[in-house]
Write a protein that binds this ligand. Structure first.
Ligand SMILES: CC(C)(COP(=O)(O)OP(=O)(O)OC[C@H]1O[C@@H](n2cnc3c(N)ncnc32)[C@H](O)[C@@H]1OP(=O)(O)O)[C@@H](O)C(=O)NCCC(=O)NCCSC(=O)C[C@](C)(O)C(=O)O
Length: 361
């Protein structure tokens, strides 16, 4: 009888032996297929993550989000924060990162998110408690190998139980067994629309980045049948640190971001950027052209196309609404539509954002 626990019983450095071993071995799976999820299921996400100043500053530096209120105590105080909070994009990415192992590690693509609400600022050192509820599951008519799942997620302060951020997100999730559909959905390569798009003749740019600048530009646009819409100058090329480093720093274990071998056979053919990194870069471009006071909420966030290593992310903004009565004395609410696009001008992300923007002195 061979004692297979004897170190000398198998030569794992021999390619033929090792190939045969690998062939025979089961894989201990991570993550869940589509069939695992049922509407109403509640999931408590176990991985612990403590928000850190280093993590927030690293996220801000790498994504070009340079708002001093999240670096410096004097600006934080002026903006009404009780101490220097972590950056909201980092908070959101950390809450979502923790959920990945349970919800989307199997390889599903992040399609969209809505109702992103920041309930209170979070301080470095906060330990997170994150839960999700399955809101909806459905078959994809265009991709029988995948289903579409929506979860409602809440990130809380583990010590006080207070909610910090909540949202609903939707992913494509691989099925264990492909669904029997005719595959007749929207998979055809985009047929050109023969109709020219209906767009305004004039796109206006606000004179500055304060609340009044956006409000005045919107008023002008209404009179001139124009839109307030502009692009931002900065671009950021996706490198290893952004594509693989930042998701892992928030415990996002989705293979899409760090396993090129597995991803070679996937629809994207390569690792792709975490949606929250792409989004944060586009928002940073927009925020660099405005006097942001606080983030309020995000709706209708969608990820349209893959972003891979070497792609460059630019930003485009349309101003939708200004509300002078919403917000404290120092700021008014502005609603934007932000679009992230790549070097070929292909939109990769879009979302509606309401932020408080500082009033002019
Ligand atoms: C996946 C691709 C190839 C599919 O492209 P496609 O041409 O097959 O079609 P589509 O039009 O984009 O949508 C496919 C189906 O999804 C539905 N759908 C679409 N959006 C939504 C939405 N918001 N809410 C609800 N449903 C939505 C849509 O209605 C359609 O349904 P159908 O199959 O029945 O016709 C294409 O959409 C694409 O390239 N998207 C970008 C994906 C991406 O790069 N995401 C970010 C990176 S992955 C990530 O961050 C991972 C994460 C965060 O770590 C982690 O979840 O773990």
């Amino acid at each position: 009888m061979t004692d297979w626990s004897d170190p000398d019983a198998l030569d794992c450095s021999d390619e033929t032996t090792f190939d045969a071993l690998l062939d025979r071995a089961d894989t201990r799976e991570k993550g869940h297929y589509f069939e695992f999820f049922a509407e109403g299921d509640e999931l408590t996400h176990d991985p612990g993550l403590r928000l850190s100043r280093h993590g927030s500053e690293q996220w801000m530096g790498q994504t070009l989000n340079h708002d001093p209120a999240y670096w410096r105590s004097d600006t934080a105080r002026e903006r009404g924060f009780d101490g220097v909070p972590v950056h909201p994009d980092y908070l959101l990415a950390c809450v979502m990162g923790i959920t990945v192992e349970d919800l989307s590690e199997k390889g599903g693509y992040f399609l969209g998110r809505t109702d992103v609400e920041f309930h209170r600022p979070a301080r470095p050192g906060t330990e997170l408690a994150v839960t999700s509820r399955v809101v909806d599951t459905r078959t994809s008519s265009s991709r029988p190998a995948y289903g579409i799942v929506t979860w409602a997620t809440e990130g809380r302060d583990r010590e006080t139980g207070e909610t910090l951020v909540s949202y609903e997100r939707t992913n494509m999730i691989p099925r264990r067994e492909p669904a029997a559909t005719d595959g007749s959905g929207s998979m055809a390569d985009g047929e050109a629309d023969p109709e020219a798009p209906d767009i305004p003749d004039t796109l206006l740019t606000p004179d500055g980045g304060h609340f009044e600048d956006f409000r005045d530009a919107l008023e002008r646009a209404r009179e001139e049948q124009a839109a307030v819409a502009y692009r931002h100058e900065r671009g950021r090329t996706m490198d290893d640190q952004l594509v693989a480093g930042l998701p892992l720093a928030t415990l996002n274990t989705a293979r899409q971001h760090h396993n090129r071998d597995e991803m070679a056979d996937s629809p994207s053919g390569d690792i792709v950027a975490y949606g929250d990194v792409t989004r944060s870069i586009a928002l940073a471009h927009a925020r660099s052209d405005e006097a942001t006071y606080r983030e309020r909420r995000f709706e209708d966030e969608r990820f349209h196309s893959f972003v891979t290593l070497g792609d460059t992310i630019y930003g485009f903004t349309r101003v939708l609404d200004c509300d002078a009565d919403d917000g404290p004395e120092e700021a008014g609410a502005v609603t934007f539509e932000h679009v992230a696009f790549n070097q070929d001008s292909t939109p990769v992300y879009s979302g509606r954002r309401t932020a408080l923007v500082q009033r002019s002195q």
